[in-house]
Design a protein around this ligand. Sequence first.
Ligand code: AMP
Ligand code: ZN
Length: 484
Amino acid sequence: MKIYNSLTGQKEEFKPLVPGHVGMYVCGPTVYSNVHLGNVRTFISFDVIYRYLKFSGYKVRYVRNITDAGHLEEDSEEDKISKKARLERLEPMEIVQQYTIDFHKVLELVNNLPPDIEPTATGHIIEQIETTKTILEKGYAYESNGSVYFDVVKYNSEIDKYGKLSGRNIEELIANTRELEGQDEKRNPQDFALWKKAKPQHIMRWPSPWGEGFPGWHLECTVMSTKYLGEQFDIHGGGMDLKFPHHECEIAQGKTANGVDPVRYWMHANMLTLNGKKMSKSTGNHLLPREIFSGKNQLLSKAYSPAVVRFFMMQAHYRNVLDLSEEALQAAEKGYKRLVEGIKTLENLPVTDKDSFDVKALINSFYEAMDDDFNTPVLIAGLFEAVRHINLVRDGKETITSESKEKLSKAMNDFAFEVLGLHKMQQEAGNNQAFDKAIQLLIEIRNQARAEKNWALADKIRDELARFGIQLKDGKDGTTYSFS
Ligand code: AMP
Ligand code: ZN
């Protein structure tokens, strides 16, 4: 298995630290708003990586955190969650709860597996204080006015090159950094906070040896990854935009505190764009998952199911930029349907005593694609090549043996549903009458709920069905349902 390591800029043979086991950490969301589809792309990318590692026989411990403290607003000294809580007059933990639930719901809709451990920054304040102390004791941090900063220049000259992951050099960084509020506390503008003093209006605060404050964002990932995976672990992932400064700082903290490079393979997922620009909360250039699943957005003429959205994401390699458009979603809808129908057709295919095409090579191509840095578009091309043969056999133009049919069926099911994590529902439900009656019953209950203005129940029925890949459509002749 080969993995592209952002640290070396090369595809490398994957060799886990402990044979047969993989430790993987992925930066989780900052839960101060609803996740947008760009965030979702990154989490789906790593979900497929997690799935394929497990499928390949590794015992994986996948840790993905929840950032519920410490992530500052750009150009300001205020914690994103604390600020939202202040503006909405809510407890910070109410904000955290609301958006953590939303995050989990969305990821479940797109069929992501939950991580094995999901630690929160606020649950690890003590560990963050301890690591800050360690770095202070080693002489690579300093206290200034109740905050503690990491000394980037000293680290760069004595321990390791700061900027080695993102390919920057410290002189340039220093020259190009603007002076921001609070910078006068630092020896150097590039220094970053391990611990930040809380101003009077700051709601989220904890006691520490340096007074009341809160931990820095970069530190939480260092502390939580090494706590659960060890001082050095196999894979660390996140979106491309986290390479600098977030991951660069994680390397510096880990190497200083523990004396080893924390991560062996750095993996970065590329961005989802909308109208050619990065999808982002702050610029407003974004789509929410629910807007796509319901079709309620002016960019879309109709709804697209979570199954289609997932298939759309799988059609691009995780290291390439992917642009969202209605045409691309329409194409994905067709592609997903073709694949699922192909797999269904395979089950009923007639067999003979001879294969007219190389089934073994076809199946091998699935493994080769994924072993080559998780190349999902190449895998999908292979699956479609299989569908092409399946249709030819169906039409009597090719032949397959019963043994090959069984093998191909297992491989296609494994790769489509277990590895890519595509939704299975459409295939299973088929033309099952009992199933149809059950859905009709739910539609009836939903209509009744709507008549009684019980929107919570009505929405619950629609959303939960969407989760299984069943879309309700309200038309003038009543409500119908369709898959994907
Ligand atoms: P945040 O909640 O802002 O910390 O972001 C959570 C994750 O989403 C991070 O790994 C980001 O790199 C990632 N992310 C943010 N915007 C995009 C985007 N447009 N496309 C893909 N990933 C993104
Ligand atoms: Zn992180």
